[in-house]
Design a binder for this molecule. Structure first.
Ligand SMILES: *[C@@H]1O[C@H](CO)[C@@H](O)[C@H](O)[C@H]1NC(C)=O
Ligand SMILES: *[C@@H]1O[C@H](CO)[C@@H](O)[C@H](O)[C@H]1NC(C)=O
Ligand SMILES: *[C@@H]1O[C@H](CO)[C@@H](O)[C@H](O)[C@H]1NC(C)=O
Ligand SMILES: *[C@@H]1O[C@H](CO)[C@@H](O)[C@H](O)[C@H]1NC(C)=O
Ligand SMILES: *[C@@H]1O[C@H](CO)[C@@H](O)[C@H](O)[C@H]1NC(C)=O
Ligand SMILES: *[C@@H]1O[C@H](CO)[C@@H](O)[C@H](O)[C@H]1NC(C)=O
Length: 482
């Protein structure tokens, strides 16, 4: 499955984009296989939004920073609080404040998405193959639920009389509702993709300004999950600076997403809502008031550098994570590219212990038994899906003299079963030690160490535990009183 993530996207898109908005203000100016102009007007800068899309932005309108913000001291999920509407002006004064459904999305989503495997080259057969493999490979039994279609499922123009988005009849001869009902018949849930701009990243119709019509359409089709992207945003909907009251919940970016939350609420159907906002607009501060999960960065790649960089980003914002509130580290690359098996274990384990959505992103039929064992590991999935503890594992110093690394190598967290320790070996030294007294929630004394990967007890140890962790591998333990 070499380079499955570099499939047909560019070749499909090159044709769509060459005559589009190249070099104009807010126009596309780059991205994978972009063949149009790459320079922007004076005072505008070509800014990479994700690997597939760069956009001309005003050089003064710096993208909202992704630097850490003040960390709240409580560990409870952010809740919808009344905003001081009296001080708000413009669209923020009247924007909807309804929150996401709490009938769904308490624990991070587990499922599959078409993008990393197929890009735009999707059809009903491929989507239903993944759904059937959820059953045949035991993924549904392990807890995987969502089968999600990404970009490129519709035709380029809306229905002239109804204004509705039209599913591509060549790719989806039974329509989207036909796929959804077949996915539901397998006991699974079904997700789709749209964009909080005028067009999706691949140039298909976006939902900005059509939120109610599109949410109604998705509800009628039986959609359970919406991934909502951030391409092709009109000038007056971007954010030139920090919003007047300093609260990014009232930014134009957030309001584009809030409009869709309200539209979905009006349908009466509970949707799980993923804000694909690329870590912009300090989304971790307000995401839980609008959706269930939010992307922390541009698109993933099947590389060790992506895995370590997204962990580094995410550990700055762990206070945002709790029930109904999940930092999205992006879709899985297990099965794609040439990640070593140790790197694939870390990819899965880190997404699990940081409670990111886990959406598999490969042709499931190509996974071998080692890879299937990773993604169906019962104890890591139980930590990820724990319904009594919503918070993620956090970095800790394993010994009094341990050096600080970036990303951190040692994490501890709690679940219904007790205290867990995860060790990510980002370097070459394979011997790893932690003192029980240094693990939050434990103390000095003897403890029983249980290996979550193998499901076996390792033994009982006094004071500290030393183990071997391969380069780029992650070890996972449950540590309980002896
Ligand atoms: C870019 O175009 C080349 C040539 O058509 C193709 O081989 C490659 O897969 C494309 N890359 C992506 C990411 O689509
Ligand atoms: C809509 O919002 C109301 C008020 O928060 C909530 O009680 C209701 O469950 C929501 N419905 C859906 C489908 O999200
Ligand atoms: C547009 O909607 C009308 C009314 O529902 C329908 O008859 C027609 O087939 C639709 N056109 C397309 C191209 O889907
Ligand atoms: C941008 O302009 C459109 C069209 O005039 C308008 O509907 C929308 O409310 C504007 N957005 C903002 C954030 O003011
Ligand atoms: C599965 O593939 C990985 C590489 O992705 C390899 O390390 C592992 O040995 C393979 N397992 C089997 C059973 O072939
Ligand atoms: C690990 O070893 C490789 C190969 O010797 C070296 O290039 C790399 O810099 C080392 N990494 C660390 C973190 O020490």
């Amino acid at each position: 499955m070499a380079a499955a993530s570099t499939l047909l996207y560019g070749s499909v898109l090159a044709g769509l984009f060459t005559s589009a908005l190249a070099q104009s203000e807010y126009g596309q100016c780059g991205g994978v296989n972009w063949t149009g102009g790459t320079t922007c007007p004076d005072g505008w800068v070509c800014t990479s939004m994700n690997p597939y899309y760069s956009q001309c932005l005003e050089s003064t309108s710096t993208a909202p920073s992704t630097t850490p913000t003040t960390i709240p001291t409580t560990s409870t999920a952010p809740t919808t609080t009344a905003s001081s509407t009296s001080t708000l002006t413009g669209i923020a004064a009247s924007a909807p404040t309804i929150g996401p459904s709490h009938d769904v999305g308490k624990t991070p989503a587990l499922g599959w998405n078409s993008w990393n495997a197929y890009g735009c080259n999707i059809n009903e057969d491929k989507i239903l193959a993944a759904a059937n493999q959820f059953i045949s490979l035991g993924l549904a039994k392990a807890g995987y639920q969502y089968i999600n279609i990404d970009d490129c499922w519709s035709v380029m123009t809306r229905n002239a009389s109804t204004g509705r988005i039209i599913p591509d009849p060549a790719k989806f001869p039974d329509g989207i509702s036909g796929v959804a009902s077949q996915v539901h018949a397998l006991g699974l849930k079904f997700g789709i993709y749209s964009d909080a701009g005028t067009a999706t990243c691949a140039g298909f119709p976006g939902s900005l300004g059509n939120e109610e019509l599109d949410a109604t359409t998705f509800a009628e089709w039986g959609v359970d999950y919406l991934k909502y992207d951030n391409c092709n945003v009109p000038a007056n909907w971007t954010d030139a600076s920090t919003p007047p009251d300093g609260d990014w919940y009232n930014s134009n970016s957030a309001i584009r997403y809030r409009q869709m939350t309200a539209a979905m609420n009006e349908t009466g159907r509970p949707f799980q809502f993923n804000l694909c906002i690329w870590g912009n607009a300090n989304v971790w501060d307000w995401g839980a008031r609008v959706g269930h999960s939010w992307r922390m960065s541009g698109d993933s790649s099947a590389s060790w550098s992506y895995i370590t960089s997204i962990i580094t980003t995410n550990v700055q914002h762990l206070d945002s994570i709790d029930f109904y509130s999940h930092n999205d580290m992006d879709m899985m690359e297990i099965g794609n590219g040439d990640l070593t098996i140790q790197e694939q274990r870390t990819h899965f384990a880190a997404w699990a212990f940081l409670k990111s959505p886990i959406l598999l992103g490969t042709d499931l039929g190509q996974l071998n038994t080692t890879q299937l064992a990773i993604i169906t590991n019962a104890e890591l999935l139980a930590f990820h899906q724990d319904t009594t503890v919503g918070t993620p594992a956090r970095p800790f110093a394993p010994t009094p003299s341990a050096p600080t690394t970036s990303p951190p190598q040692f994490y501890s967290g709690t679940s219904a079963k007790g205290t867990h320790v995860f060790i990510v070996n980002t370097g070459n030294a394979t011997s790893k030690t932690f003192d029980f007294a240094n693990v939050p929630g434990l103390g000095s004394g003897s403890y029983k160490v249980h290996d979550m990967w193998t499901g076996k007890d390792v033994g009982t140890f006094a004071t500290s535990y030393t183990t071997t962790v391969d380069t780029h591998d992650t070890a996972a333990f449950l540590v309980t009183a002896a």
